[in-house]
Design a binder for this molecule. Structure first.
Ligand SMILES: Cc1cc2nc3c(=O)[nH]c(=O)nc-3n(C[C@H](O)[C@H](O)[C@H](O)COP(=O)(O)OP(=O)(O)OC[C@H]3O[C@@H](n4cnc5c(N)ncnc54)[C@H](O)[C@@H]3O)c2cc1C
Length: 445
């Protein structure tokens, strides 16, 4: 095994048992021409193609699922191409991270408003392909809301430009076919590398507005009260700039915090409106920064005994499952314990926004979860637990956030992608849409 195989195989998910012999080529293109050459090599030999960004995705999609495949990394496509302050956009290559974009445009008084916790490693094409977001998604939207258009290379070497209105390209027949299906940027969002290789993105940037903000910490006796408060904030459409929830955290990592709690930051003039919903202690900027830091470090710290795993990253609680948050979490934890796992931490963005497969927006709490894995637990057993969680989520009316766990994403999205792939081909990441997807992923844990 070569060292670069290990690097290209590395990813943050639990799907890491790769058969490196099936990786038939690893490319680090710098330009669209290089991407075309890499894809042409795959096509000549009948290999599938897997695009890879920062490898921080948790669905296993960037592994390529052990197909005989060519991996194309965006590691060397990190250029900023154009900045238009007047028109509010930036053109970038796919491998740049939100942090790097903001480092560049901050001195111009501009900001790109998509901030997943992984924004230092996740690439913009990867974030669009998973439709990621951060703790300000509630007011600033997910990645699709902040992407004006993308350029893509297809398996047969044809090029596409896709925006919110549809598809443009020189080949009129293809353009017509795709527009008839109604392909837009919404379809590229959360497509997990199943359509083509994104070579360029035009992203929305906006001036940073200096607002007087207030930080606060609210503690709750139990999660039902917290869930009801979030539900009320959503109902009243209160503009919260930062909202992070910790519902539980192991004693080894929680420092002096006492979950369930909600850390918030919002415009000063909303104080009385917020006080009607939650009883919070005001935080000065230093305390707020410390809380944000503890939250960001939670998933990166291990307990003193054992190791933590992320079985199921994105629980989307909304409406009834949010109002009864404690009951919903208790049900999930009972299931985890039955499967030998120890709940370790649950934290996430709230209020938040995410899209379902029919492109409608849902508002609620996106909760991430970490568990301590018992010694000797086999990969397949862990994957069986994931499948049981999916069933439980269906029962509780919790949206398993498709962005993170693609195989469980809804049928509407799957059907639309299949429809598009009948026109453009099925050679990008085909394992994700195959009936064997669960078996393949199970064998990779
Ligand atoms: C510690 C941690 C914290 C996280 N926090 C958040 C969070 O707060 N919010 C959130 O939404 N997510 C979060 N995530 C999840 C993760 O960061 C996202 O899924 C991320 O958007 C993936 O980006 P990436 O560049 O790492 O892509 P990868 O993981 O490399 O790939 C993800 C998908 O994108 C496809 N892809 C990549 N590049 C291209 C391209 N050029 N063309 C076509 N397809 C492409 C791949 O094939 C794959 O299907 C977190 C992950 C970790 C490990």
């Amino acid at each position: 095994m070569k060292i670069r195989d290990v690097v290209i195989g590395a990813n943050a998910s639990m799907y890491y048992k790769l058969n490196f012999k099936n990786i038939k080529g690893v490319y680090y293109p710098k330009t669209e021409q290089d991407v075309l050459a890499a894809i042409a090599h795959a096509k000549q030999n009948g290999f599938t193609v897997t695009p890879k960004g920062g490898g921080s995705g948790l669905s296993g999609a960037c592994t390529g699922g052990n197909d005989q495949r060519v991996m194309i990394s965006t590691l060397q496509m990190k250029e900023i191409l154009t900045v238009s302050k007047d028109q509010g956009y930036i053109d970038v290559q796919p491998g740049i991270t939100p942090d790097k974009i903001n480092e560049f445009i901050a001195p111009m008084g501009l900001k790109f408003f998509v901030a997943p916790s992984s924004r230092d490693v996740a690439t913009v094409a990867g974030i669009l392909s998973t439709d990621g977001g951060g703790n300000d998604t509630w007011i600033n939207g997910t990645m699709r809301d902040n992407t004006i258009r993308v350029k893509m290379v297809l398996y047969d070497g044809r090029l596409l430009t896709v925006d919110s209105k549809g598809v443009r390209r020189n080949d009129l027949e293809l353009e017509e076919q795709l527009n008839k299906i109604g392909m837009t940027i919404h379809d590229v969002a959360s497509s997990h590398g199943t359509l083509g290789f994104i070579t360029e993105l035009r992203l929305l940037i906006r001036p940073t507005v200096k607002e007087a903000l207030m930080g606060g910490l609210a503690e709750f006796p139990e999660c039902n009260v917290l869930g009801q408060a979030l539900h009320e904030m959503i109902r009243k459409n209160i503009k919260i700039n930062y909202g992070e929830v910790i519902t539980e955290a192991h004693v080894d990592v929680r420092e002096d915090l006492r979950p369930p709690l909600h850390v918030v930051e919002f415009p000063v003039e909303l104080e009385s409106e917020m006080r009607e919903i939650i009883d919070f202690r005001r935080l000065d900027s230093k305390e707020l920064a410390r809380m944000k830091d503890v939250r960001v470090k939670l998933p990166k710290r291990n307990p003193k005994v054992g190791i933590q795993v992320a079985l199921f990253e994105g629980y989307g609680f909304y409406d009834e499952s949010l109002i009864k948050l404690q009951d919903s979490i208790d049900s999930v934890n009972t299931l985890l314990i039955e499967h030998g796992m120890t709940p370790f931490a649950k934290y996430g963005h709230g209020p938040s926004k995410w899209y379902t497969g029919d492109n409608s927006a849902t508002y609620g709490l996106i909760l991430h979860s970490r568990e301590i894995k018992p010694e000797g637990k086999r990969g397949q057993e862990m994957f069986d637990t994931v499948l049981a969680i999916v069933e439980k989520c269906n029962e509780l009316k919790v949206t398993p956030k498709p962005e993170h766990k693609w195989p469980f994403s809804d049928e509407v999205k799957r059907k639309k992608l299949e429809e598009i792939r009948t026109v453009i081909g099925r050679s990008f990441n085909p394992f994700l849409l195959s009936p064997e997807c669960n078996d393949i992923l199970g064998s990779m844990v």
